[in-house]
Design a protein around this ligand. Structure first.
Ligand code: DOR
Length: 433
């Protein structure tokens, strides 16, 4: 395996408190040394990273790879290529595949396929209920033993509180989190966007923020009752942020994530009736965004996650009411947030990197990820903070070509991604060096 010396990069490793121009040597898939002006060894292949940021590889604790069963939308090859291009070296894929990942044998099949097809580390979520039907608990124990890292019916709320209680109790025996898609099913009914002035004006059925707040409340109470770890996916409402903050202060075992789209986009964009903006939970208003930003600042929200949810362009290219929810997110996540919050001076780049590396790793207690410690895994990214580019969905490596950021000008982009000591992405292409 090649030995790499990455020289003169601006190394930002929030978990280790590093923020300086440093060299880093990679040997046999591990970080061998970090320091000022390391002396090159004969076997080193040198990468000049001056002007670039060197960061631990990003960790996405929420994505959909569509395999098995819906490979026309995405598969392990295209999904992990897209993740690598976005700088993600570990991703957690959700269980709403066809068949649903609700049995140990399906987890084993996924693991087998991941070995041959994936260019980044793919962790698996098992379903909470069989078939995501919300009626009967899935094989929680067997799937835990087969290696899933979390449980979730994401896409759906587990409406039956008794089942969610049992899932939290059962998952806690394996120290695993239960991820909740918190939207009360009856309140959202067949709503297609945030309920408010814009939905009223457009005559589209709404999904009220209260549906999220109510659903989150139950999860927090069940987490308190069981001692289990609940993770709230894609938080999008002010009420949810307030509830999670209070629960954390009380010592309840809760973690939470927020997506780039919920931080940057509002319901008003839907006045275009462009289904690229259709997502669950829905894009809300500025008032909610302000609360999400406060939540990220004070640690109520632990991580940024993409909810990469690709659909075939033809499926999205229809009337707003009929389009499926979600869109691709890996390749735009860092750049969107860097352009919107770092370039404008609202956030430090260190903060953004923390929420995409150490934050998600700590939320799920993945101690071997999210940092560049000597002896640890060589999963890292090189970022050009000044690179200007325009989002052209046709050029993205994902199959999900519908993108709410299409046409937007970005500043800052991942230029290289290394997983386990090998470059898997470089100059717009997948490599395996
Ligand atoms: O918009 C969404 N799409 N939200 C989800 O929770 C699921 C996802 C999907 O799987 O398409």
């Amino acid at each position: 395996m090649a030995q790499w010396l990455i020289q003169n990069g601006h190394l930002i490793d929030p978990a280790n408190g590093l923020d300086d121009v440093l060299d880093i040597r990679i040997v046999d898939g591990n970080v061998a040394a970090v320091g000022k002006s390391l002396t090159a060894e004969a076997s080193d292949e040198i990468v000049n990273a001056s002007g670039l940021i060197v960061s631990p590889g990003f960790i996405d604790i929420h994505c959909h790879l569509r395999e098995p069963g819906q490979e026309a939308k995405e598969d392990l090859v295209t999904g992990t290529a897209s993740a690598a291009a976005g700088g993600f070296t570990t991703i957690l894929t959700m269980a709403n595949t066809r068949p649903v990942i609700d049995q140990a044998i399906i987890v084993a099949g996924m693991k087998y396929k991941i070995q041959t097809d994936a260019v980044v580390r793919v962790e698996i979520t098992g379903a909470v209920t069989k078939g995501l039907e919300g009626k009967e608990l899935a094989e929680i124990g067997d799937m835990a033993q087969a290696g899933v890292r979390a449980f979730s019916d994401d896409g759906f709320y587990v409406n039956d509180g008794r089942l969610m209680r049992a899932a939290l109790e059962y998952a806690s025996m394996f120290n695993l989190p239960v991820i909740s898609h918190s939207e009360d099913c009856c309140l959202v009914a067949d709503g297609v966007m945030h309920e408010g002035c814009v939905s009223a004006k457009l005559g589209l059925k709404g999904r009220p923020a209260e549906a999220e707040n109510i659903a989150v409340s139950r999860e927090l109470m069940l987490a308190e009752m069981t001692g289990g770890h609940v993770h709230i996916a894609h938080v999008s409402s002010k009420g949810a942020v307030d509830l999670i903050r209070a629960a954390k202060a009380k010592g309840i075992k809760v973690t939470a994530e927020v997506t780039p789209h919920h931080l940057c986009l509002v319901d008003k964009t839907i006045e275009s009736f462009d289904s690229a903006f259709k997502v669950n939970p829905p894009l809300r208003t500025n008032e909610h965004i302000v609360a999400l930003l406060e939540g990220l600042n004070d640690g109520t929200l632990d991580a940024i996650a993409t909810d990469h949810a690709p659909h075939a362009y033809e499926e999205k290219d229809c009337e707003f009411n009929d389009a499926p929810c979600g869109f691709a997110g890996f390749e735009t996540a860092f750049s969107v947030l860097h352009s919107r919050f770092v370039k404008t001076g609202e956030w430090s780049v260190q903060k953004l990197i923390q929420k995409m590396t150490a934050g998600p790793a700590a939320a799920f207690d993945w101690q071997d990820r999210g940092h560049l410690s000597v002896g640890g895994l060589a999963d890292l990214v090189l970022i050009d903070p000044n690179k200007a580019w325009v989002v052209d969905p046709q050029k993205l490596l994902t199959r999900g070509k519908s993108c709410p950021f299409a046409g937007m000008e970005m500043t800052g982009q991942v230029v290289r991604t290394m997983v386990n000591g090998k470059w898997v992405y470089q100059d717009g292409k997948i490599t395996r060096k």
